[in-house]
Design a protein around this ligand. Structure first.
Ligand SMILES: *Cc1c(COP(=O)(O)O)cnc(C)c1O
Length: 366
């Protein structure tokens, strides 16, 4: 029996293509790549991903625990702020800990003195199309800015982390940003053993010039005498995952509106957060529909798409790019049925790896 919609469908073959590009970059640049679990934490896929990466990085206690338990390799701990009650568990699960501020380093650094300690610094420059996701936005709290404060702890850190890119698909732009960072904080970079350049580089896209990126990273590593780390999230799983939905009803209100068995806010939240449209392929044909969710939210709209044939109740629609920042954000808004998580194996068979039911909904509240 075919799997009932809605379900997230992760394609092993597409994932393998991204992982091959990660291997290529690691080999050509010498940079280590750790998966940013905040973008993607569907751990059933880690057995496939982990052999092609050096470990994982985290933004909370639970993520560092998951990285240690399910991913393996190097487990990096980072958080915007750790609480007193969680720091011991964070340290117990981490191979490296990166503090977001000098305050946090001074508060917890002694407890972590047996680990390599890093500090996130904020060089005040970035590549981001969204203010919401821009680490260099005005009044940013992401990373230490004050050079004198940074200087005061340089003897306690072996590495620095800078995360300044968001969805950067241009190697020229990345390289120019790195030039700027070198000019601003090169003196600090030359004094540590490792530098993490964060995530946000879309290097698994088929037309991305990997060799140029690799050469730039290698030159950076040699110039400062550091082991470079990257923390890719989204790019590891881009173009690997769809959200499979079915049409439940078709309504006309000046436009034809196909209502599907899913909801944007519950199952593809980032579309609302960043005011973007979902995508389908090929999105061509004479029949135009607004594809909308079944929640009560008036603006529960995935997008407006073209289809070769008129849609009918029961038709399947495949919404693209449901990997990064999607499954990690799913929620029970409106009590809409939670999509199953499924994997399309390399032999083409589709396997359900986790289904959710009413009991999961009940257990999510009390
Ligand atoms: C979000 C984040 C990442 C991952 O970014 P992607 O855009 O998903 O590659 C890596 N490092 C840090 C510090 C982050 O905040």
């Amino acid at each position: 029996m075919p799997l009932a919609t809605p379900f997230y469908l992760i394609d092993e073959t597409a994932l393998a293509a991204n992982l091959a590009r990660i291997d290529e970059l690691r080999a050509a640049s010498g940079a280590k790549c750790v998966l940013a679990l905040k973008a993607f934490a569907t751990w059933s896929t880690f057995a496939q991903i982990a052999p092609h990466m050096d470990g994982s990085t985290s933004s909370s206690l639970y993520e560092v625990q998951l990285g240690r338990e399910k991913f393996g390799g190097e487990t990096h701990a980072y958080s915007v702020a750790y609480a007193d009650g969680e720091i011991d568990a964070v340290i117990a699960n981490a191979d490296k800990i990166i503090f977001n501020s000098v305050n946090q380093l001074e508060r917890f650094g002694d407890k972590a003195s047996h680990l390599p300690i890093g500090l996130r610094i904020n060089p005040g420059v970035s590549h981001s199309h969204f203010d919401l996701a821009d680490p260099a936005r005005p009044f940013s709290r992401l990373g230490e800015i004050d050079l004198a404060r940074i200087e005061s702890v340089m003897d306690r850190v072996s590495g620095l982390m800078l995360h300044c890119n968001c969805e950067n698909d241009s190697v020229e732009s990345f390289s120019a940003l790195l030039d700027e960072i070198e000019a601003r904080v090169g003196g600090l970079l030359a004094r540590v053993d490792w530098v993490s350049l964060g995530g946000g580089i879309l290097f698994t896209q088929p037309d991305y010039p990997l060799a140029v990126l690799a050469a730039r990273l290698k030159a950076f590593a040699e110039k400062f005498g550091v082991q470079v780390y990257l923390e890719p999230g989204n790019t590891v799983v881009s173009n690997t995952t769809t959200l499979e939905v079915s049409v439940l009803d078709i309504i006309d209100n000046e436009k034809s509106i196909a209502i599907v068995d899913s909801a944007v806010e519950a199952h593809m939240l980032d579309l609302l957060v960043y005011r973007e449209s979902a995508a389908i392929a090929p999105d061509a044909g004479p029949h135009r529909y607004v594809v909308a969710g079944k929640s009560c939210l008036a603006g529960d709209v995935f997008g407006e798409f073209s289809f070769p044939e008129p849609l009918a109740v029961g038709d399947r629609i495949s919404l693209l790019d449901a990997g990064g920042y999607t499954m990690v954000k799913k929620n029970w808004f409106n009590g809409v049925g939670m999509p199953t998580i499924a994997i399309r194996r390399k032999n083409g068979s589709i396997e359900s790896i986790r289904a959710f039911d009413y009991a999961d909904y009940v257990a999510s509240l009390s």
